[in-house]
Design a protein around this ligand. Structure first.
Ligand SMILES: [Zn+2]
Length: 183
């Protein structure tokens, strides 16, 4: 009788954690490209340095000028924890977000004279953990109705038309003004 040894199939896999990492390439408003798997984590860890200063932070959140689209006062609020949804927030984070959101809105109004904004929060974002867009409506956007479906169109337009050194200087100045509100 012939005995054959068959390769043994693994019966138990312990502590196997699969981390699926999707890298995205982002070009910031100064033209520098970054390969990252979570934008907010990369910024907060210092892996990616932004071309503009941070506006403000609390214990749980940070507020930054959007670094991809050259639109003055386009504020992004991101959580410090790598969570996707408001469903995951602690009581302290819930309270902090609400206060911070309103304070950022006041800064946009008082420092930059922004009368109206559109707030967007996408849980299915593939490029970053929890963040909120505070999109400002400026007079130069007059050709577009102030509707959420036009926000992306204006962002693409700004990227195409305003990605230059002059606009970057303007954005650095407006970010500095917003920052002053929190001092
Ligand atoms: Zn993250």
């Amino acid at each position: 009788m012939q005995v054959r040894f068959l390769p043994r199939a693994p019966t138990k896999i312990k502590n196997l954690k699969l981390k699926v990492t999707i890298m995205v390439t982002i070009k910031d408003i100064s033209g520098t490209e970054h390969n990252i798997d979570c934008i907010a984590c990369s910024i907060q860890s210092g892996e990616v340095s932004l071309p503009v200063e941070r506006i403000a932070e609390t214990e749980y959140f940070v507020a930054e000028q959007d670094f991809e689209y050259p639109i003055e006062g386009f504020v992004i609020i991101a959580s410090k924890r790598h969570v996707k949804s408001i469903l995951e927030f602690t009581d302290a984070e819930q309270t902090d977000l609400c206060r911070f959101l309103i304070k950022c809105r006041r800064a946009m109004k008082e420092k930059l004279g922004i009368d109206e904004i559109t707030i967007v929060q996408e849980e299915p974002s593939s490029s970053s953990h929890f963040h909120v867009w505070m999109f400002p409506w400026h007079s130069w956007m007059f050709e577009y109705k102030r509707k959420v479906n036009n926000v992306m169109k204006i962002m693409d337009f700004a990227k195409e038309e305003y990605s230059n050194e002059f606009e970057l200087i303007k954005i650095r100045e407006s970010t500095k003004k917003l920052k002053e509100y929190f001092v």
